[in-house]
Write a protein that binds this ligand. Sequence first.
Ligand code: AMP
Length: 225
Amino acid sequence: MITLALSKGRIFEETLPLLRSAGIEVLEDPEKSRKLILATNQADVRVLVVRATDVPTYVQYGGADLGITGKDMLLEHGSDGLYQPLDLQIAKCRISVAVRADFDYASAVRQGSRLKVATKYVAIAREFFATKGVHVDLIKLYGSMELAPLVGLADAIVDLVSTGNTLKANHLVEVEHIMDISSRLVVNQAALKLKQVPIRRIIDAFAKAIDDCHSGSMDCGSSPQ
Ligand code: AMP
């Protein structure tokens, strides 16, 4: 049995064409089913539906053989014991610093003020501001980061940005682009040895699908950053 850990939403949707290219069809829609283990058309392949933050943990400890997770998750939660053979170039976005449109970020940074920064990505934010030599107080949040500057909880947020519509709707502006993010295939190292043939087959099919996407011979949908 090969077990693949996926999170619901954009990663799940954008993984389906890659799975199809490996001859794998997921038989249920996780948005409609309450099941957490989904069967596929291949009797020996199943999909686990887990929280995005938990994908590296499931794969690291062998609860899943493979997983698909954002670079943001790997940087934030660590990638010990995970083999990362492919950047799948799906769920592309960027991680940025944003502030209220009326907040003078450039002056605050220039004057050496201590910034209050709210984020789910404490490790990434800490590293980014340390490299810039900016003093920050980090406030850990688990969602709706955009609210924090609006109610005075923070001066800035560090969050994922795709189209920029969420920032715009909340009168926030992007002031720093920290890095580009995309999803990675991660593999449990013991599973790679024990189940080498079927896992290699999936890795190779995914790699070919990514190449086909780039060469234009496969329609991979739009993927705004
Ligand atoms: P957007 O309005 O398109 O810029 O999307 C921003 C919102 O979607 C923010 O709340 C982000 O946390 C979330 N988001 C954007 N891209 C991703 C992604 N690739 N994975 C997970 N969440 C994302």
